[in-house]
Design a protein around this ligand. Structure first.
Ligand SMILES: NC(=O)N[C@@H](CC(=O)O)C(=O)O
Ligand SMILES: [Zn+2]
Length: 434
């Protein structure tokens, strides 16, 4: 990675609007925006070639697998994938081994992320000890540590005990931190392998009903109301969740929700081949769910896009569908899927993309240096997007250590030309800069 010094980005259109301009960055801060800026010859230059300039993306939901499963992803490999995907900050989920339920683990993840330096890695702390759903973790210690943990989640598992969730929300309120819920009533998903619908019935796969998600969404909205605090819903996947979040917001409840790129694009029709690459929690659902999630993201009911980047080893993904691990890669393909489902359909313009990929997630978690406007005096966390380009996904070419992308061999719109973190170029034309 180049040192944070001076950088001139030429020929870019902020938010895809207006005539191309140049952006001068000094010491990590945007100092000038205008046509044909001049800079000393020594200043590093990036040719924007009429690209769209956006604030760097912020991912509220990434699985980096370190500590414990460094064969599938490390903080370094996941940071590279994030930089190549246009991200300048990611939140690393707590379901590692050991679990990130104490400040030793969260501070280590944070420090390793800083050492790698390609993206700001913010560890997510576990809500309960060992993700066991029995006893609250020491959230206060994690929030007070070097990592200053801002978000807590048992993701991968639901905090299903309502009394424990209530106590977690009250504790989080006192600390001014966010609880993010993997909304899945486990007693409704025993043995479940696929969305509970006609495809699952035909294929003989046990069904994961929409109600398993929606019953927790409404319960947690009511618990947040009573606690007078906020709650965030991970990977919303159903039409009903969109309706319930809309209802809760209309009541003045402080609820936010994310949607993954795969829940915007893919349906359970992909399961016909029994290819475990399509196995994910919550499951791929039906077209009406995709469309409701797209509409919800466009109208602000769903606040943001989060990847749920979930790397898994080949041996955990090429076995029988019933025993394969759930989860799919997302960091390197997220922007392209958002362009395909939201921009090319006319549902969002580039300002809208900046909002759902960067501004809202930064606000929800309380990052003050990310998701900022592209303006003089602001930190230079930026993504240069070639909106006219397209690319064909080759699993072996991804920076992730795992290969479980559902988009292999698909041709997708838009590429990331460059990513800039505090004025330092972290990715350029498909390669990471170290
Ligand atoms: N989404 C998944 O299918 N898997 C995630 C856990 C999660 O996000 O629920 C994982 O850690 O592999
Ligand atoms: Zn989850």
């Amino acid at each position: 990675m180049s040192a944070p010094g001076s950088l001139l980005i030429t020929d870019v259109r902020p938010y895809g609007e207006g005539d191309p301009v140049d952006i001068l960055i000094v010491d990590g801060v945007i100092t000038e925006i205008g046509p044909d800026l001049t800079a000393p010859a020594a200043v590093e230059r990036i040719a924007g070639r009429n690209s769209v300039l956006l604030p760097g993306f912020v991912d509220m939901h990434t699985h980096l697998r370190e500590p414990g499963r460094e064969d599938t992803e490390t903080i370094a490999s996941g940071s590279a994938a994030a930089a190549l995907g246009g991200y300048t900050a990611v939140f690393a989920m707590a379901n590692t081994d050991p679990v990130a339920d104490n400040s030793t683990v969260t501070d280590n993840v944070y420090r390793t992320g800083r050492e790698v330096g390609l993206v700001d890695v913010h560890p997510v702390g576990a809500v309960t000890v060992g993700l066991q759903g029995k006893q609250l973790a020491e959230m206060g210690m994690m929030a007070a540590g070097a990592a200053k943990v801002k978000m807590f989640s048992d993701d991968g598992k639901c905090v299903d005990d309502p009394l424990l969730m209530r106590r977690a929300l009250e504790y989080a309120k006192g600390l001014d931190v966010l609880i993010a819920q993997h909304a899945e009533e486990p007693r409704l998903t025993v043995g479940a392998l696929a969305h509970d619908g006609p495809t699952a019935s035909r294929l003989g796969l046990a069904g994961w009903p929409r109600a398993a998600e929606e019953s927790i969404v409404v319960r947690d909205a009511l618990l947040a109301r009573d606690a007078g605090t906020r709650v965030h819903i991970c990977h919303a996947s159903t039409e009903g969740t969109v309706e319930l979040v809309k209802w809760a917001k209309a009541q003045g409840i402080s609820i936010t929700a994310e949607v993954t790129p795969h829940h915007l694009l893919l349906t359970d029709a992909r399961l016909e081949t029994y290819d475990p690459v399509n196995k994910v929690n919550p499951p791929l659902r039906e077209e009406r769910d995709n469309l409701a999630l797209r509409r919800g993201l466009a109208d602000g009911t769903i606040d943001c896009v989060a990847t749920d980047h979930a790397p898994h080893a080949a041996q955990e993904k090429c076995c029988e569908f019933s025993v394969a691990r759930p989860g799919m890669l997302g960091l390197e393909t997220a922007l392209s899927i958002v362009v395909e489902t939201m921009v090319n359909t006319g549902l969002l313009d580039w300002r809208g993309v900046a909002k759902v990929m960067s501004e809202r997630p930064a606000q929800i978690v309380g990052l003050t240096d990310q998701g900022r406007p592209i303006a003089v005096g602001e930190p230079a966390n930026l993504t240069v997007v070639d909106a006219e380009a397209s690319w064909t996904v080759t699993a072996d070419d991804l920076a992730s250590l795992s290969r479980n992308t559902p988009y292999a061999d698909m041709t997708l719109p838009a590429t990331i030309r460059a990513t800039v973190l505090r004025g330092a170029v972290t990715a350029y034309e498909g390669s990471v800069r170290r």
